[in-house]
Structures are given as structure tokens and as C-alpha cells.
Design a protein around this ligand. Sequence first.
Ligand SMILES: O=C(O)c1ccccc1N[C@@H]1O[C@H](COP(=O)(O)O)[C@@H](O)[C@H]1O
Length: 211
Amino acid sequence: MTQVKICGLSEPATLDAAVAAGADYVGFVFFAKSPRNVSLEQAAALAARVPDRVGRVGVFVDADEALLGGAIHAGRLTAIQLHGADPAQAAAARRRLGIEVWAALPVATRADIERAGAFRGAADRLLFDAKAPKGADLPGGNALRFDWRLLDGVAMTMPWGLAGGLDAGNVAEACRATGAPLVDVSSGVEDAPGIKSADRIRAFVKAVRER
Ligand SMILES: O=C(O)c1ccccc1N[C@@H]1O[C@H](COP(=O)(O)O)[C@@H](O)[C@H]1O
């Protein structure tokens, strides 16, 4: 079964909606520039509402060790999703923190996909996400998708997931086209940047489950 991660949750009501809809993972963003950023206090309050069967993923951009450690504790995180990390940084974080590491791999060309092999043994999961345009404030969470055909014929040698510009209207096609074992969404279940919609979350999970 395709796993679903609903990312960028910052309010109890939409977090509860994601859990009730059957999300496998919920994500909390720890990046001050993001409209989805949560404080450690918010993360702790949100995480307390999440049953153990649902994974809790913290999203970080070039984060320092103090933030990572504080967030793992406050958010009862089961994994950290690193944006901007190279394989050596991912491996070092994994070793030091003893937590599952997801490495976000920004994709625009086939050459980007070919970087995937370097993360084998360094991260626990790769997340293929659309490369942000030059000068963008955020490396992810931009509602942009990449050309899924770039994944055609790629032999995946480690767990992976698909992110970037997914929504209830395109996720079934994305699953069919790529065979992704996990899909990850943030903007596509929002009414506006940072404002999650319980209806859109339910529609997204339903679209994945009923495809
Ligand atoms: O969502 C954010 O604000 C964010 C900030 C910094 C790094 C990553 C971020 N989001 C992640 O980007 C992908 C794709 O998001 P979208 O569905 O295209 O909006 C996803 O993994 C988010 O968790």
C-alpha cells in the first residue's frame, strides 16, 4: 500500500484530520522562513495528539545540531527530513542522532536523479522533490512538481518517496506513473500557504487509497 505523508501541519484540527484520514506520517516544519514553521512548543503540543502508529517527521533546512536535538525531543520525531544536506552530512546526522534520516533530493534533470546512488547507506529514505527556482525562499513546499518521467527505468536501491506539487487531483496519476511507495504533500492540501484544509487532506488520502 502506498504510504502517505501530510507535511507542514501546524494546527491541532488539521493534524487530527490527517490522523483520522489515515496518514502514515505527519510532518512538522522547523524552518523560520516557512509559513508552516512551528516552534518547539507547538511541535510538542501537536506531537502529543499523534498516536504511535503514525510517524512524525521533522523537516529541516541546513539545521544545526541544537535545533535538531530539541525538535526530535519536542516533536517525538521518528525521522528527520533534511533539505540541503549532502550524503556525508546525512550520514553524520544519522550516526550522531540515532534517528531515521530522509534526504530530500531536488530534481529538475536526469542528472539530479543520478545523485541518488550517493545516498545509499547514508540516509534511510530518499525524497525526490521538485527543485526550487533560483532565489526561492524555500527549498521545498513550493507546490512545484518535476517531470515524473525522469524516474522511468531508475532502479531504486533504497526506500524512497515522491514529493512536489502533489494534490488530490494528480496523486493517483503520480502513483501510477512512478510506482512511488510513499507520497508526500504540503501545499496541495492547503487553502493558502500555511493554511491546511481538512477537506483537502481527506480528499488527498482518499485519492491515494482508492486509486
Ligand atoms: O513546506 C515547507 O514550507 C518546506 C520548507 C522547507 C523545506 C521543505 C518544505 N516542504 C517540503 O517540500 C515538499 C514538497 O512540498 P509541496 O507539496 O510541493 O508543497 C514536502 O516534502 C514538504 O514537506
